[in-house]
Design a protein around this ligand. Structure first.
Ligand SMILES: Nc1ncnc2c1ncn2[C@@H]1O[C@H](COP(=O)(O)OP(=O)(O)OP(=O)(O)O)[C@@H](O)[C@H]1O
Ligand SMILES: [Mg+2]
Ligand SMILES: [Zn+2]
Length: 502
């Protein structure tokens, strides 16, 4: 019997499913037939041509007769080009051109017609998931994915560039040369070229940005053109705490699935999709249910500039990730769930022309235009944005003051301290507390509570609005390192409440 099997796996959403690549060769058959069964996608069917040529161009022979490849279990649809290499290896084993015990190995890689091994998406997730479940497993992956082995500590990972290299992996003398040798993760960051010190004045907006960063609160800035909204947003990553090791792993997995090969994410992402973006690109989806911007922004910032200009269905689709911190996308029979814990930073003008309520420019919009513009973002979405501020243009005099502004480094120190307090107290940041957790972790003295109650009445606030004030004031107190929330903290929080009207 000419039969062999090789371990591989595939990525379904954020999950890894093991696959066995079986090969059976019937060399008595008179006709040459090469077939792949087991619900392969079209990309996998094309693998036949690549594998056929690669085997012959690497100095091996493609076996005569009937060659059947089965991807087991055969009841699930598979996708990805990374089955090329396990298919080729399995054929070479079944035809006795290779003689190795390959039971402990998992193999992934795309093959070129000339036998070259090419990088594939999803390697970070594949390695981590399989290594966690089985300490003795070894891996063979494309050299182009080498950096993604950085999180693997105890399992051997071999990287190859050509199909013929496979022979050396099983040669104890030679295989050392093929061990993955990724660069060490840099925990010390290269400084960003942007800095808060470049923003003149705007103390209210800067304070809001600091509080938002400290509690991972969503932030909405409304203001006329040129007031510095985009400038502020782009500098928020410079004051966020460093990523933890776990966050780096999670984000690297997402980027790997998305198709960024060899990219280790050690800096909080800042994603700023254009307002013409489709729902699939923001939320995720497409033929292979890829992660979208909300997941690429996970552990970092999703910046939606010109917020009301986004398509209504795109804005509405943010509801689930804003509420749950993950996103579920389904397409045909594929359902994929990805993390989507981002901090939303949105910016908008108060009206289509941009100058409503500006002191120096006249607004040229009709009342209806203004109202319609502000209706684009629905209540339930606004409700999930804790901090909402107006950003007026900085006064010309302020632009020319020579005194230096506080640096991002200085602000970041306070933010990091405040974040640690929150993680210690409740395991997550204040902006991510749900209603139950707010009750449990945010307690007010009776005097402070009655101050909040009076304010809530005066501003006709909803329950959700009150919860927002509680969360913001908790972060304000945490920035001071104080356990008790004071009346002063609540009063400051009220300044950031905004409202649905302009
Ligand atoms: N407070 C400030 N300090 C220094 N420069 C500023 C300040 N405010 C605005 N600027 C300058 O003005 C430019 C325009 O600001 P920015 O693009 O951030 O405005 P915006 O509020 O996003 O406007 P729009 O509504 O048109 O998008 C900035 O690139 C910066 O050079
Ligand atoms: Mg802008
Ligand atoms: Zn206007």
């Amino acid at each position: 019997m000419k039969y062999s099997k090789v371990n591989s796996a595939y990525v379904s959403g954020f999950e890894v499913k093991p696959i066995i690549v079986e090969v059976d060769i019937n060399s008595k058959a008179t006709q040459q037939i090469f077939k792949i069964v087991g619900m392969p996608s079209t990309a996998i069917l094309e693998s036949q041509k690549r594998v056929f040529s690669a085997i012959r161009n690497s100095g091996f022979t493609f076996p005569n007769g009937n060659v059947t490849v089965n991807l087991a279990p055969s009841n699930i649809k598979k996708q990805g080009t990374h089955f090329d290499l396990p298919i080729a290896v399995s054929i070479l084993l079944a035809s006795k051109q290779l003689n190795f015990d390959i039971n402990n190995y998992y193999i992934f890689g795309e093959i070129g017609l000339n036998g070259e091994i090419r990088g594939v998406p999803g390697i970070t997730l594949l390695l981590l998931d399989i290594a966690n479940k089985n300490k003795n497993t070894k891996f063979i992956i494309p050299k182009e994915n080498e950096e993604e082995a950085v999180f693997i500590k105890n399992n051997d990972v071999f990287v190859i560039e050509k199909l013929i290299d496979i022979i050396n992996i099983f040669n104890i003398e030679k295989n050392k040369m093929y061990k993955a040798n990724p660069k060490k993760i840099e925990y010390e960051k290269v400084e960003s070229s942007l800095n808060f010190s470049e923003i003149k004045g705007q103390y209210f907006a800067k304070r809001a940005a600091e509080i938002a960063a400290a509690g991972f609160h969503n932030l909405l800035m409304t203001g006329s053109p040129g007031s510095g909204k985009t400038m502020i947003a782009r500098r928020i990553p410079t004051i966020l705490p460093e990523m933890t090791h776990e966050e780096m792993i999670e984000s690297t997995k997402i980027y790997s699935i998305y198709g960024f090969l060899n990219k280790v994410i050690n800096k909080r992402p800042f994603r700023s999709p254009h307002h013409s973006a489709s729902t699939a690109s923001i939320i995720g989806g497409g033929a292979d249910s890829k992660p979208g911007e909300v997941s690429l922004a996970n552990n970092g910032i999703l910046f939606l500039d010109e917020f009301p200009e986004f398509r209504t269905d795109v804005i509405e689709s943010l509801r689930q990730p804003l509420e749950d911190g993950f996103v579920t996308i389904s397409r045909a029979k594929l359902i994929a769930t990805y993390p989507a814990k981002f901090m939303l930073v949105a910016a908008q003008n108060p009206c289509p022309c941009g100058y409503y309520s500006d002191n120096e420019h006249e607004c040229s919009c009709s009342l209806n235009q203004i109202l319609n513009y502000n209706k684009k973002v629905s209540g339930p979405i606004y409700d999930r944005i804790d901090i909402r501020i107006k950003v007026p243009r900085v006064k010309i005099d302020e632009m020319f003051v020579s005194s230096s502004e506080e640096t991002s480094q200085a602000i970041k120190k306070r933010v990091e301290k405040a974040s640690l307090i929150q993680i210690k107290r409740q395991g997550k940041l204040n902006g991510k507390l749900d209603q139950k957790e707010i009750k449990k972790y945010i307690k007010l003295d009776s005097k402070v509570e009655s101050f909040l109650k009076n304010g809530a009445k005066k501003f006709k606030m909803t329950g959700r609005g009150i919860n927002r004030i509680l969360k913001i004031s908790r972060t304000i107190a945490d920035l001071k390192g104080l356990e008790k929330i004071t009346i002063e903290d609540i009063a400051e929080a009220f300044q950031f409440r905004g409202d649905n009207n302009i």
